[in-house]
Ligand binder design. Sequence first.
Ligand SMILES: Nc1ncnc2c1ncn2[C@@H]1O[C@H](COP(=O)(O)OP(=O)(O)OP(=O)(O)O)[C@@H](O)[C@H]1O
Ligand SMILES: [Mg+2]
Length: 317
Amino acid sequence: MEGDERVIKALNLTKRYGDLIAVDHISFEVKKGEIFGFLGPNGAGKTTTVRMLSTLTRITEGEAYVNGYDVKRERLKVKESIGVVQDVSNLYDELTVEENLKFLAELYGAPGENVERLIKEFNLPRKQKFGKLSSGYKRRVAISAALIHEPPIIFMDEPTVALDVHSAKLVREMILSLNKEGRTIFLTTHNMLEAEKLPHRIAIINRGKIVAMGRRNEVRSLLGRGVRVRFRVEPLSNKLLKALEEYSPSFDEDLIVVETGDVDGFLEELHELKGELGFKILHMETQLPSIEEVFLELTDESEEPRTCAVSCGGCPI
Ligand SMILES: Nc1ncnc2c1ncn2[C@@H]1O[C@H](COP(=O)(O)OP(=O)(O)OP(=O)(O)O)[C@@H](O)[C@H]1O
Ligand SMILES: [Mg+2]
């Protein structure tokens, strides 16, 4: 990651659709050169946020700056600075991959050599018609198309959704290689594997509001349940379990599992018990909660109508 320059800034960013607040006064910053993971369940406001930041839909309230440009007032400058990868691509089924990219290059006034470079870099099937490609290749071409004018910032809205395991892996590799080249990537996803691996920092959005933000480990620590320690001892005795009662130990096959906010204190206690009871510790591991656990705890299960809790018949919040 390069420096500390903020290339995306959102300040109280808000989108209303009639009575619905799809995005509700969210504020965050994305640093230059980072992959910023924007996580949330269906209907949380991910796509709406991407669309606002990329000038595709009007901002109702609040401010946003992309690459230093005001999204509301300098739309063209913002557009030149970004590439957007959405579910629906703007590529033509009847044109070949190469023809599609050449067409876009002309449209953007980008040098023709960019087409060649992208085809080579991402190993694209140049002569095949876009409409005939598998969904994995379609996604790769769509990502390449978003890069035609060499934007420093790329918005990707669920780039691996509906792809099989291999295609999704290829797209993830593509994201990492773009990031290595120094590009900043704003990545929305509800794929937890992606969330665990790709982003330098994460924001979790639920019902239009950001409910968690930070580096992956910071987000993992948010549950406040501390660290999970999993260990195996031999022989396992009732005396040991009795001594660990205050930790409410559970079992995962032959592992004893406890959760504690003070790992050092727990380990000290375990070693004292080892001396007293004479068991051997055969395995020991510690785990922070996963991003998935945090996600499940902080977000809603399903997209319910956003109405208030009083039974007034469904007034909007
Ligand atoms: N054009 C629109 N008109 C009215 N409501 C909309 C419009 N676009 C989105 N919404 C609503 O705004 C809310 C946020 O939608 P958004 O598409 O941003 O969610 P999302 O997080 O991208 O969800 P998903 O994971 O399903 O893609 C939802 O309640 C959605 O129904
Ligand atoms: Mg979406």
